[in-house]
Write a protein that binds this ligand. Structure first.
Ligand SMILES: CC(=O)CC(=O)SCCNC(=O)CCNC(=O)[C@H](O)C(C)(C)COP(=O)(O)OP(=O)(O)OC[C@H]1O[C@@H](n2cnc3c(N)ncnc32)[C@H](O)[C@@H]1OP(=O)(O)O
Ligand SMILES: NC(=O)C1=CN([C@@H]2O[C@H](COP(=O)(O)OP(=O)(O)OC[C@H]3O[C@@H](n4cnc5c(N)ncnc54)[C@H](OP(=O)(O)O)[C@@H]3O)[C@@H](O)[C@H]2O)C=CC1
Length: 293
């Protein structure tokens, strides 16, 4: 029987994982949200609740839809808890060895016909797929942050991804009310191949003293009509994720133009990862974000 996606598993209950679970539940899928840390599952579910409440307040979601969607989401703390899923989307930390280990544990628990997807920002889909028992049923489904508000999803086929998986993924993304762009499987795909070097350049601009945090963000918001300044956006994405993407670009394309800015490395080494740790290019611990340089 052809596969019909009804139950979706999401691994990693961080900012992207909770957003993916959020939009899947609103679209009528049953959702199992997993994280290695039970506290993360709890805080992921609380974030979804709060974000759906914002949508109700704005009138984009009804209170009834919110209640029904929340009832469709369960938190699970073991990979075995995802055994019944038809599609599992991995959205854990942007580190290849972390993702490989997850897929290896997951394949042992899942039905052979279930689909696997990664929300990776940059890592080779072909390489991740090759580490599983089903490279033909593996695809990149790359959501944008914040997931409930952003329209685009990149679909990335690995070399072995079959047509059935691609077609099912297109239908899935369309049912989420998202628009997809198909990207070839090269480092960081389309959006991040273009966006992250711009962010990295903004950090070099700060590092070389061309402008302050405030001046750089103001310049790009008011001078190029970007909704967020590049340093604000870097904090929003997470500086660890930004650095991981630049490293994949630098290693994968072997071009010095992708060299991560040493200041980005320093912030990550300090554990200043942006909004998620309350400090990055801005300090978020007070009432208003304050530039840290
Ligand atoms: C790294 C990767 O791999 C790929 C990536 O994702 S790269 C990052 C891509 N994303 C971007 O570039 C985002 C750039 N920023 C933006 O587009 C905008 O700033 C934004 C859409 C995030 C917010 O837009 P804004 O006009 O400032 O709106 P803002 O007032 O903050 O929020 C709009 C509404 O959505 C709500 N909202 C914000 N986040 C939300 C969420 N996660 N879920 C639900 N609602 C949310 C807000 O509460 C707000 O509601 P009200 O209007 O009732 O206050
Ligand atoms: N941030 C962004 O703007 C975007 C990110 N992405 C991609 O999405 C993925 C997740 O990013 P994001 O949500 O921002 O990151 P976060 O740091 O917010 O969340 C990652 C989550 O994964 C958890 N995790 C780590 N290891 C495991 C594991 N073995 N099993 C289950 N969960 C695990 C982490 O737990 P703990 O903290 O306890 O380790 C954390 O809760 C990355 O691949 C990233 O590149 C894609 C699009 C946009």
């Amino acid at each position: 029987m052809p596969l019909e996606i009804k139950k979706v598993g999401v691994i990693g209950a961080g900012q992207m994982g909770n957003g993916i679970a959020h939009v899947c539940a609103l679209a009528g899928y049953d959702v199992m949200l997993n994280d290695a840390d039970p506290d993360r599952v709890r805080s992921g579910l609380a974030t979804i609740n709060g974000n759906m409440a914002k949508q109700v307040a704005k009138g984009t979601v009804t209170e009834e839809d919110r209640q029904q969607a929340l009832a469709r989401i369960s938190g699970v703390t073991t990979i075995d808890g995802l055994a019944e899923c038809d599609l599992v989307i991995e959205s854990a930390t942007e580190r290849e060895e972390v993702k490989r280990k997850i897929f290896s544990d997951l394949c042992a628990a899942l039905r052979p016909d279930a689909l696997l997807a990664s929300n990776t920002s940059s890592i080779s889909i072909t390489r991740l797929a090759a580490s599983t028992d089903r490279p033909e049923r593996f695809i990149g489904i790359h959501f944008m942050n914040p997931v409930p508000l952003m329209e685009l999803v990149e679909l990335v086929r690995g070399i072995a991804t079959d047509d059935d998986t691609f077609e099912l993924s297109k239908k899935f993304v369309t049912r989420l009310n998202k628009t997809y762009a198909v990207a070839e499987d090269f480092p960081a795909f389309i959006v991040n191949r273009i966006l992250l070097p711009m962010i990295n350049e903004a950090i070099y601009t700060l590092y070389e003293g061309v402008g302050s945090v405030d001046a750089i963000d103001r310049a790009m918001k008011l001078g190029a009509n970007h909704p967020m300044g590049p340093l604000q956006l870097a904090d929003f994405i997470g500086l660890d994720t930004c650095l991981a993407i630049m490293q994949v670009l630098h290693e994968g394309l072997a071009d010095s133009k992708y060299r991560p800015c040493p200041l980005l490395v320093k912030y990550v080494e300090a554990g200043w990862l942006g909004r998620k740790t309350q400090r990055g290019f801005y300090d978020y611990r007070g009432e208003k974000p304050v530039p840290t340089r």
